[in-house]
Ligand binder design. Structure first.
Ligand code: SF4
Length: 210
């Protein structure tokens, strides 16, 4: 869900901030790296297993000036920023990414790709969702394709998305956390048989960090 009026956002000078915090990236290619997370509110995809449901309703998170969060991010020891949500591409992100770049920060995006791109990123993690598939432009922007696997039938979904990304895009399968004990053996066997894929596990959940 997102229905924050554009004029309130002032073209992206303000954004509905859920939280910002310093932690360790737990997923995908950058797993294990310290990074400052900026989580924006609002998502209209509605994944049943979403672990950020509290971020879905942007009305709960009044827009804040981006300089507020950019200042905190720049003061952090890590020089890498993860912009996540919710679905960050609901909003015009160019002002935010320009301000982060001006501070010399590396910018990573986590997105479902279901809304038009804005902003400049050093790394785009595209995590496609069947309920609201990515727009075509998202496949060309992806540095990393991260497909959540809840059941064996999701392997076909993963392959259909992999067929659309660029040749240098890294491919990850990630067990859905609530069924990971059951589904992980199937993912292990799939990746062994299809070695172009890698496995992403949510290591932050094992470390009990956000
Ligand atoms: S796209 Fe992401 S934030 Fe939105 S419902 Fe799905 S998992 Fe949650």
């Amino acid at each position: 869900m997102s229905n924050v009026p554009a004029d309130i956002l002032e073209g992206g000078a303000k954004l509905p901030l859920v939280e910002d915090f310093y932690t360790i990236q737990g997923e995908g290619f950058h797993a294990g790296k310290p990074a400052y997370f900026i989580r924006l509110g609002g998502c209209d995809v509605g994944c049943a297993w979403c672990d950020a449901k509290y971020a879905w309703n942007p009305k709960l998170y009044p827009p804040v000036p981006i300089e507020t969060v950019v200042g905190r991010a720049a003061a952090c020891a890590a020089q890498a920023i993860v912009i996540t949500g919710g679905e960050p591409l609901l909003y015009p992100l160019a002002p935010l990414t320009a301000a982060l770049r001006a501070r010399g920060l590396e910018i990573f995006l986590e997105t479902s790709g279901s809304h038009p791109f804005s902003g400049e990123f050093d790394w785009v993690c595209l995590s496609p969702k069947m309920k609201q598939p990515p727009l075509e432009e998202a496949f060309g922007r992806a540095d990393e394709l991260k497909v959540i696997i809840q059941s064996e039938s999701d392997f076909d979904w993963a392959e259909r998305n992999a067929a659309r990304v660029g040749e240098n895009c890294l491919l990850y399968l990630q067990p859905e956390w609530s069924v990971s004990q059951r589904i992980t053996p199937a993912i292990v066997e799939y990746v062994k048989a299809h070695p172009e894929w890698n496995i992403s596990v949510q290591v932050h959940k094992f470390m009990n960090i956000p």
